[in-house]
Design a protein around this ligand. Structure first.
Ligand code: C2E
Ligand code: MG
Ligand code: MG
Length: 753
């Protein structure tokens, strides 16, 4: 089977070869020529055999004629022998009778024993032969002697007659030996002798040769146009003479007897050859045309394939995000819609997971877009490892990714996937040769319970994501029914936030910070509240993230600074004049280039010394903005405004910045303080932070103190400031004087003097 292909290929190549029609034609020409030659040969053989039979019948006729004459002469000789005294006149009379019977004689002669012609009939025309010695040569003499001796016939052969012309003399001896009385001789002219044979069919079509001893002795019809390759010679059986008869046909006769079949065959074969050649040529042309068509077709198919590939590439490009190589949002949503329609039929669940990278924006802003892009690529690579036939990972833009999980049997499937996503972030990402630990927050919406179409599912996953972010990061949150309401509320709040400043709905509450050395209130933290017309007093968690998102935080921040300065001014000539007020600044506020001027103006406006004011930045924000806003912070520092690092311990582990930057206060995050008396780790960290700060000449505050044990711990480890519900909740400014007057008392601690 395997060898067939090459063979057929070779055959096809041969069939297509341009020399093939010529070869076929030559082959037919060869066959035609061979056939013609063969038939010609056969034809020639037929012609020859016909000629031969013609020659034979002529020879037989000649033999018969000759024999008749011989017999007649013999009879005359016998009569002369029987009648020796016959008179010349009588003899002549007899001879005349013979001549009348046989018209072919030129003459009949009596030749005496001495070989002289004595009598001749007819006399007229033969006068010259009287007295002619017929033994005119030794050969003739010898032959005639022999005839006398034997009494048998002698024939002269073809000779020149004394009377003129060519002829033949038959000598019949009259008696033998001594009783011989000469000869009766019959003289024949050759033309007369052969005239009898000359039927019209012979005369017009043949040359006749009488051959004597191999030589032509007499020729009849010598001027005929002969065809030389056909001539038949047959012996003529005559007494006393060796003759052969040679018959040569004229061209006309040969032509008439030639068959036309050789030519018919030849022409037919050549015509068939020509037809076959032309047919092959046509087939070749068709094959060639076919090949061209096939080639064109395969070229077209190639082009179609190329176009398909291009279209697929285009489709892929249209569906792929150029940076990450993951599916883009558009493709993801189309696929999700399709997946949902299938899930609907199969009664399966589909999970949509929205992933938001924690602190990405900050990293991107501080380390540059190049860094951000590389980090996104690295994250994409890890997330993409989760892709399989059930899981599609896409990049949504910014720092958001989306995952669609199909064929969800139960919620454990989704939780399992979330675990895998979390795993992706368990190891640091190496970007620009540095390891960066990054976490992700996820919101999950599950079809059909969390939404029936792709858009609603996406919106609800988004809501769940916000929830997850609100409740701290590096976690996940499933969408629940109530979230929708909360989202609506959030949106309404966002709307109301527009007017809150104008309506003067914000208030500052103040939470005292206890100086543990003196057990006196030395400072307060200003914490914003929103006196919402319908919802009452709202804590910052309800609106600060909203304000950060919408950018309104800048104005709110400016209001806080102004309000704090106004408050400081109010307190400046009373018992609270020693208080320092700490205000919280969010990251977005630091981006405000006019921040330092604004603070300066606020301080100046209310005549407040700069060191009365403290600015709290969370560790996270501080680090993120360190380089970018170094200038702002330096100017703030130069102004004399204190700088505190809020929520210390939950952000970066690098503490290098503390050495390089003039920080006044570290506020240990509440999460360490809550369990500081129970958990060894938290106690160790807290102690370490206190020592570290002190070694750097920085004051330390502890947030979230709710028990006296915590307070005692901190005091015993020489923490400088304490803040927490144990001391006081955040309270309106108006309540502060009373608090101060009342004093802060603890059962286990000595009261301040
Ligand atoms: P923060 O700066 O770390 O403020 C301390 C938060 O801890 C306050 O919550 C306070 O009420 C609470 N707290 C104090 N002691 C205790 C305690 O013993 N136990 C417990 N459980 N909590 C305690 P608050 O007022 O809700 O503020 C939350 C956060 O909102 C603040 O955290 C701060 O980051 C932000 N914030 C408050 N006011 C402003 C503001 O004017 N501007 C900006 N940008 N952020 C603000
Ligand atoms: Mg604070
Ligand atoms: Mg704090």
């Amino acid at each position: 089977m395997q060898n067939r292909k090459p063979y057929s290929g070779i055959i096809l190549r041969w069939l297509a070869h341009p020399a093939l029609p010529v070869l076929i034609f030559l082959l037919f020409l060869g066959i035609a020529s061979t056939l013609k030659f063969g038939i010609d040969q056969q034809n020639d053989a037929q012609i020859s055999s016909r000629l031969q039979s013609e020659a034979k019948s002529l020879a037989r006729e000649l033999e018969r004629d000759f024999t008749r004459h011989v017999e007649a002469l013999k009879r005359m000789a016998e009569r002369r022998k029987v009648l020796p005294a016959i008179s010349e006149a009588q003899w002549r009379e007899d001879a005349r009778n013979y001549l009348t019977d046989f018209e072919t004689y030129q003459a009949i002669e009596w030749i005496s024993r001495d070989f002289l012609v004595r009598w001749v009939e007819p006399f007229t025309g033969n006068e010259d032969v009287l007295g002619f010695n017929v033994a005119f040569s030794d050969a003739r003499h010898e032959a005639l002697d022999r005839a006398i001796l034997t009494g048998s016939l002698d024939v002269s052969g073809v000779i020149q007659l004394k009377q003129g012309g060519t002829g033949l003399v038959i000598y019949a001896p009259i008696g033998a030996s001594d009783r011989n009385n000469g000869f009766i001789a019959g003289v024949f002219r050759m033309e007369n002798l052969l005239e009898a044979l000359q039927a019209p069919r012979i005369r017009n079509h043949f040359q006749l040769d009488i051959m004597e001893s191999g030589q032509s002795a007499y020729q009849l019809n010598a001027d005929s146009a002969l065809i030389t390759n056909f001539s038949e010679q047959v012996p003529v059986n005559l007494p006393a003479v060796e003759w052969a008869l040679k018959l040569s046909p004229t061209k006309l006769w040969a032509t008439q007897h030639r068959s036309f079949w050789p030519w018919v065959t030849f022409v037919t074969m050549v015509a068939v050859g020509a037809m076959v050649s032309v047919s092959v040529l046509l087939v070749q042309l068709i094959l060639k045309r076919n090949q061209v068509l096939l080639k064109t077709r395969s070229e077209l198919e190639q082009e179609v394939d190329q176009r398909k590939a291009i279209q697929q590439d285009l489709a892929r490009l249209a569906s792929t995000d150029a940076l990450t190589g993951l599916a883009n949002r558009r493709f993801f949503m189309e696929d999700l819609a399709h997946t949902l329609s299938i899930a609907d039929r199969q009664l399966r669940q589909v999970a949509l997971v929205m992933i938001d990278l924690d602190r990405f924006q900050m990293l991107n802003d501080s380390l540059g877009h190049q860094f951000g892009d590389e980090l996104l690529i690295k994250v994409s690579e890890r997330l993409n490892q989760l892709s399989d036939e059930r899981v599609l990972v896409a990049y949504s833009g910014g720092d958001e990714f989306m995952i669609c999980q199909q064929q969800v049997e139960d919620i454990d499937d989704v939780i399992n996937l979330l675990g895998h996503v979390k795993q992706c972030f368990s190891k640091p990402f190496i970007v620009q040769n540095e390891a960066h630990t990054i976490t992700a927050t996820m919101g999950v919406a599950v079809y059909p319970q969390s939404g029936l179409d792709a858009d609603i599912l996406l919106r609800n996953a988004d809501i769940a994501l916000y929830r997850a972010k609100d409740s701290g990061r590096n976690t996940y949150q499933f969408y629940t029914e109530g979230m929708q309401d909360r989202e609506v509320m959030r949106l309404e709040l966002d709307k109301d936030l527009n007017n809150a400043l104008a309506r003067d709905e914000f208030v500052l509450y103040y939470q005292p910070q206890l100086d543990l050395a003196t057990m006196q209130m030395g400072s307060v933290e200003a914490l914003i509240r929103w006196q919402h017309p319908e919802r009452g007093l709202l804590p910052p968690i309800e609106f600060i993230p909203l304000a950060e998102e919408s950018g309104r935080i800048t104005d709110i921040g400016r209001w806080v600074v102004l309000a704090a300065c106004r408050q400081l001014a109010e307190w400046s000539d009373g018992p609270l004049s020693h208080l320092r007020v700490a205000v919280n600044l969010s990251g977005r506020e630091l981006d405000d280039k006019g921040l330092v001027e604004h603070i300066q103006q606020a301080l100046a406006k209310h005549g407040v010394p700069a060191d009365r004011l403290e600015v709290e930045l969370t560790e996270e924000i501080f680090i993120a903005n360190l380089e970018r806003n170094l200038d702002q912070l330096t100017r703030l520092n130069k102004l004399g405004v204190h700088l505190a690092i809020d929520d210390f311990g939950v952000g970066y582990s690098s503490l290098a910045y503390l050495r390089d930057f003039p920080v006044d206060l570290l506020k240990i995050d509440r999460s360490f303080i809550t369990n500081v008396t129970d958990r060894h780790d938290d106690a160790v960290i807290t102690r370490a932070v206190i020592n570290l700060a002190h070694n750097l000449g920085i004051q330390v505050a502890a947030e979230g103190i709710e028990t006296e044990a915590q307070l005692n711990f901190l005091k015993s480890h020489r923490c400088d400031l304490a803040q927490g519900y144990l001391i006081s909740r955040p309270i309106p400014a108006a309540d502060l004087p009373a608090l101060l007057a009342r004093g802060i008392k603890f059962d286990s601690l000595p009261t301040a003097p």
